[in-house]
Design a protein around this ligand. Structure first.
Ligand SMILES: [Fe+2]
Ligand SMILES: [Fe+2]
Length: 222
């Protein structure tokens, strides 16, 4: 009777004897076939594996699109480009108000709100700098476009300073208040002066084109 132990021993022995050079023809062919598969083909199981990998990539891609659609839906409104941008101003100012309502014990909340504000302003300034300000320059409003774009530089500076000082700093609220004042004044100039001046001479096609470009830019930045 062959015991389990005997069988395992015998397998170990035969394996050892083969490793010393007695390779059979069929094993050699099988190993050659494995080498060929790994080097030059996807192998018998590659179809399902490749399918799974592609499905995974597709799910990731779709999830990213889904996230963008959700972010886009949350952050903007339907309407002309100037209405979209005005709604984004309101969103940013509302985040500032939440920041100003915190105290120094709420470091985590302050950090989260600053991240949210940074994302909202990044998206918004990108839409303006990549679409609206170039269109203003095309329409002989380069002085306004340059002034507004230089203020975006100070918006980034405030974000940098707030990140550097940290949420526990004693001057954090004062800095946020100064920052809010700059953004409110900047938004007011856009909404009340520059954008209406630009829009009143636009054709319907130009208006639709700028709206579409702002939406497209905002989608990729979401
Ligand atoms: Fe702006
Ligand atoms: Fe703006």
């Amino acid at each position: 009777m062959v015991t389990g132990t005997g069988s395992r021993t015998s397998n170990r022995n035969s394996s050892r004897s083969r490793s010393s050079g007695e390779t059979t023809k069929s094993e050699s062919q099988s190993s050659q076939s494995r080498r060929n598969r790994s080097a030059f083909s996807w192998g018998d199981n590659a179809g399902p594996m490749l399918g799974a990998a592609l499905a995974g990539a597709a799910i990731g891609f779709a999830a990213n699109y889904g996230r963008k659609f959700i972010m886009q839906g949350m952050d903007s409104t339907v309407g002309d480009w100037d209405e979209i941008l005005a709604a984004e101003h309101d969103i940013a100012l509302a985040i500032f108000d939440k920041m100003l309502a915190t105290d120094e014990t709420q470091s985590f909340k302050r950090k989260m709100l600053l991240m949210k504000l940074t994302h909202a302003l990044d998206k918004h300034t990108h839409e303006e700098e990549m679409v609206v300000y170039p269109a203003l320059r095309e329409d002989d409003l380069a002085t306004d476009a340059d002034h507004l774009e230089s203020e975006h530089g100070y918006i980034k500076t405030f974000i940098y300073e707030l990140n550097e000082m940290g949420p526990d700093a004693s001057s954090w609220l004062e800095k946020v208040r100064e920052f809010r004042d700059l953004v409110a004044e900047h938004a007011h100039m856009e909404e009340e002066q520059v954008f209406p001046r630009f829009k009143k001479d636009m054709t319907e096609e130009q208006n639709a084109r700028v709206t579409s470009l702002v939406n497209r830019d905002g989608f990729w930045m979401a």
